[in-house]
Design a protein around this ligand. Structure first.
Ligand code: PLP
Length: 397
């Protein structure tokens, strides 16, 4: 397969660079810096050192034996990104972008966040490296995600509630872009998923590909072969791109992304951009997005706040169209059921986002022979989801 994106950031018709003229200077600067450092030995060495000593990598792979046995088909293996510092894969990318920001001489970091997980990861690395950190968050999300707002503040970040529009992630995206335009000289914008204008989708993928690279080594070492399927949940798509990308040349390995079906595609309350969206432009790139007839971005819904993004990374749009990866849908109630099975059968409380990938694997496993292997990216831990789960299950907290 071609080595994408091209120099303009295109994955065929997807991706690219759709930003205001006023941002071109910042984007140019970022492109040049990333080209300069992405293959520089000292940059790579520092990144790897941080992943090992600050994040705790490599994260293990783990055979979910009891669950596999109960399902009676293929063997399910988990890639344990939940064991990373801060509890998910997002920290890998934040460290990479922070090391770049430092080399570019930036002193201020901005980010936008929906559920707050990317905000917490960004505030964490800003504290680690001593940079000022401002996080934009929809006022409605600030209210819903009070614990993460508190975490960001403890880590020394300023959280700015955004009161325009629907007061959620898409409004925070706009304000972060505006801040960047106004403060390009000293400010680096850390985007949390494989979206945004070029070079972000490529850069975030590159920083997250450590997940798949480790899996290839670990599967060989502990199982003696590569899996038959690799499964990951898809919000913006960074944990999925991180595990998929190194596997793209392994054509015997099937790649399955799992989108959030929310209350069900037919209800319109979901966030399945590939399965039920259209091609359009969002967040500086062309991809599948959720929009209404007037081209307005639609409100999305999912039990997992981290999958609640109205678009998807352009490389996934391309992988979908070429058929190299397929994208499935899992609804809220199916994810919640998989969440409970993982807790009780494996002693692991998974993130609700990751529970979508688990639910798809649990559907797939019984249709396959016992000697087949499904490797699921367990993108994060579920401690953050206790309130949501309690609410859905009518449990007291
Ligand atoms: C943010 C998040 C996701 C969704 O983001 P991607 O960019 O699609 O990976 C998935 N899982 C967890 C645990 C998250 O925190």
């Amino acid at each position: 397969m071609a080595n994408l994106p091209d120099e303009k950031g295109h994955f065929d018709q997807y991706g690219g660079l759709f930003v205001a003229e006023t941002l071109m200077h910042a984007i140019d600067q970022l492109n040049k810096a990333y080209e300069k450092y992405r293959n520089a030995p000292d940059f790579i060495a520092e990144f790897q050192y941080e992943l090992k000593h600050f994040v705790g990598r490599p994260s293990p792979i783990y055979h979910a034996k009891r669950w596999s046995q109960e399902l009676g088909g293929a063997q399910i293996w988990l890639k344990r990104e939940d064991l990373n510092h801060t509890g998910a894969h997002k920290i890998n990318n934040c460290i990479g972008q922070m090391l770049l920001a430092k080399r570019m001489g930036k002193t201020r970091i901005i980010a936008e966040t929906g559920a707050g997980m990317h905000g917490v990861a960004t505030a964490t690395v800003a504290a680690r490296y001593g940079l000022e950190c401002v996080v934009y968050m929809g006022a409605e999300d600030v209210r819903r995600q009070a614990a993460n707002v508190h975490r960001m503040k403890l880590l020394g970040a300023t959280v700015v509630p955004v009161v325009s529009g629907s007061k959620t992630l898409k409004d925070a995206l706009n304000d972060a872009m505006r801040d960047w335009v106004a403060n390009v000289d000293n400010t680096f914008y850390i985007i949390g998923t494989v979206a945004g204008p070029h070079p972000y989708p490529m850069m975030v993928r590159d920083f997250q590909q450590v997940i798949g690279q480790e899996c290839i080594e670990q599967m060989q070492e502990y199982v003696g072969r590569q899996p038959d399927y690799v499964v990951a949940c898809v919000g913006g798509g960074s944990n999925a791109m991180g595990i998929f990308y190194p596997y793209i040349p392994y054509t015997d390995v099937a790649l399955r992304g799992v989108e959030a079906g929310g209350d069900g595609i037919e209800t319109g309350r979901h966030s399945a951009s590939i399965n039920a969206g259209q091609v359009g432009v969002l967040h500086g790139n062309r991809t599948y997005i959720m929009q209404n007839e007037d081209g307005q971005i639609q409100e999305t819904h999912s039990i997992s706040a981290g999958l609640d993004y109205p678009g998807v990374g352009p490389e996934h749009a391309w992988l979908n169209d070429t058929g190299r990866a397929q994208y499935k849908v899992i609804n809220d109630d199916e994810a919640l059921e998989a969440f409970q099975h993982c807790c009780r059968l494996e002693g692991i409380i998974p993130a609700l986002e990751s529970s979508h990938a688990l639910a798809y694997a649990a559907k797939l496993a019984p249709t396959l022979d016992k000697d087949k292997i499904i490797l699921v990216n367990l993108s994060g831990r579920g401690d953050k989801d206790m309130h949501t789960v309690a609410q859905y299950l009518n449990m007291e907290l």
